[in-house]
Design a protein around this ligand. Structure first.
Ligand code: ATP
Ligand code: MG
Length: 221
């Protein structure tokens, strides 16, 4: 058995960062890397990945609900998350999977807390409810600046969803929020420079994952 396989443990890994930082790209590459090593892995997205959470996601991202109150927005994100945790994340971890989740409660802290400027104490309480108390083992913060995000979105040419349509100043506050979170929780949140090449970013993420397993392995000895 290879050393990587011996050390692998069920793990809840979340991916964070502003629009187009590379979350989906990196999650797919990491899932491929783990599958090649026969490590049971599942990819999820928050909000989403269950029937109920995808329905809530559609409401959250639909621009026809531009009048949504920030408090309703907060609670809908938490509702979608609670369903995802109960239906998918907890069972997968129990069954020994590595769970790679595209966004989790740090997104709520960054978007609804920092950017929408809702009371941070209330946001933290809401996050505890929505996540059912589950804390990621490892959070990868893929950091790019707002200009790069805008350029990538333009290149992709997709119609912007309700959150993406908020604009540059909003996105800057989200990025500032992520940087503050990273400074606050350096043992859980790791920053990678998302403007490096896709391959370099992936190598750094793989190194962080393996280091996490090494730490878990040695604390069990
Ligand atoms: N390191 C990189 N360098 C250059 N381009 C990249 C890099 N990583 C991703 N991209 C490109 O940026 C775009 C957005 O990437 P991706 O969809 O993975 O981001 P995302 O964080 O999942 O975005 P979203 O928040 O919209 O879901 C894609 O066109 C992707 O190919
Ligand atoms: Mg994505």
């Amino acid at each position: 058995m290879s050393p990587d396989l011996m050390m692998s443990r069920p793990l809840f890994v979340t991916f964070e960062g502003i629009d187009a930082c590379g979350k989906s790209t990196q999650i797919k590459l990491l899932a491929d890397f783990l599958h090649r090593r026969q490590i049971k892995t599942t990819q999820l997205r928050d909000p989403g990945s269950t029937r109920v959470s995808e329905a809530v996601r559609n409401i959250l991202l639909d621009r026809k609900y531009a009048d949504m109150s920030p408090w309703a927005e907060l609670l809908l994100y938490e509702a979608a998350r609670a369903q995802l945790v109960q239906e998918s994340v907890l069972p997968a971890l129990k069954n020994g999977f590595v769970v790679l989740c595209d966004r989790f409660y740090d997104s709520t802290t960054a978007y609804q807390g920092f950017a929408r400027q809702l009371d941070p104490v209330v946001v933290e309480k809401a996050n505890a409810i929505g996540s059912c108390g589950l804390i990621p083992d490892l959070t990868i913060f893929i950091d790019i600046d707002v200009q790069e995000s805008e350029q990538r979105k333009q290149l992709l040419g997709h119609t912007l969803d309700r959150m993406e349509a908020e604009g540059k100043q909003f996105l800057q506050r989200v990025r500032d929020g992520y940087q503050a979170l990273w400074a606050k929780e350096p043992n859980r949140i790791f920053r990678v420079n998302g403007s490096e090449s896709i391959e370099t970013v992936q190598e750094q993420i793989q190194t962080l994952l393996i280091q996490k397993w090494k730490d878990m392995f040695s604390s069990e000895q």
